[in-house]
Design a protein around this ligand. Structure first.
Ligand code: AMP
Length: 280
């Protein structure tokens, strides 16, 4: 591919893809930037499965219910571009708000039901409508065959699966494993906002999730959650929620199902972190 390409709207991206990659497979990796190895793992998977990969970097105002969170979200575009330049067959789109949400917006609102009411849905009102909207439009404008998302944001993944099924998009949604640091902390752009001591304190999240996975069969749901909260509260983070739900519907835990997931959200000072573990 001749030279590294960056676009700031979809018109340029579309004509480039049409001219150079007509009839070839396009993989889409939507991100909000401040890229880390978790994002890179999605890009590598997309490169294995497609001829060309479109990485979008867009901090989506519609999915932030808290204006301070939007303001403080890490933004390092030059560093991101330097990271992406090393990949052949990757093009970057850093669209403006107007490019993602044009006046003739193609999105028709999708009802999210329970997904928008429990856990992340309860604590971040409106967040998933913003996610469904932005991902729909990024898919609509870049026309991928497949799009890649991390299991790290498992409720988001269910929202996207639901949105795609409810729309006229024909995109395969691919779920990718969570990448963690050597101590178990899930990589996240928000980790950039943590100091060294806070990185260490945040490990209680993975420790608690692992506790739930190891004990739920023997202790049962209620007792496991009680002990998990006790364990978590020995650390310094503030727990927002911990619960076990069905990984697709986000309905209640079912004892005989292999589809259960334990999800946590917690604050490390003012940095909100989420993580989950599949219980199998
Ligand atoms: P974000 O930039 O946080 O919106 O994330 C962009 C994509 O990367 C989403 O599909 C996330 O689920 C995924 N992602 C974020 N962190 C990780 C991680 N540690 N491992 C795997 N995927 C991740």
């Amino acid at each position: 591919m001749a030279g590294f390409q960056t676009f700031h709207d979809f018109i340029g991206l579309q004509s480039f893809l049409k001219e150079k990659f007509h009839k070839q497979t396009i993989g889409l990796v939507p991100t909000m930037g401040a890229l880390h190895i978790g994002h890179i793992s999605l890009i590598e998977r997309a490169l294995e499965e497609n001829d060309i990969v479109v990485v979008t970097i867009f901090v989506n105002p519609k999915q932030f219910n808290n204006p301070n969170d939007l303001k403080n979200y890490p933004r390092v575009p030059e560093k991101d571009l330097a990271l992406l330049k090393v990949f052949d067959r990757v093009v970057v789109c850093m669209p403006s708000v107007d490019a993602v949400y044009p006046s003739n917006d193609p999105y028709k609102k999708v009802e999210l039901g329970l997904l928008d009411k429990v856990l992340e849905g309860e604590f971040r009102p409106g967040h998933f409508n913003g996610v469904a909207h932005v991902v729909h439009n990024l898919m609509y404008f870049s026309r991928p065959s497949k799009a890649y998302f991390g299991l790290k944001d498992i409720q988001q993944l269910s929202v996207i699966n639901h949105m795609v099924k409810s729309s006229s998009l024909t995109v395969d949604v691919v779920a990718c494993d969570t990448v963690r640091d050597k101590n178990g902390l899930a990589l996240s752009s928000r980790n950039l906002l943590l100091n060294k001591a806070q990185h260490h304190e945040a490990l209680i999240i993975h420790t608690t999730l692992t506790f739930v996975k190891s004990n739920i069969k023997s202790l049962g749901l209620q007792e496991t959650l009680r002990q998990a909260k006790e364990l978590f509260n020995k650390g310094t983070l503030n727990l927002e929620y911990i619960d076990v739900v069905d990984r697709e519907t986000f309905g209640p835990y079912k004892i005989d199902s292999t589809n259960n997931v334990c999800c946590i959200s917690a604050f490390c000072e003012n940095v909100r972190l989420i993580d989950n573990i599949l219980l199998g």
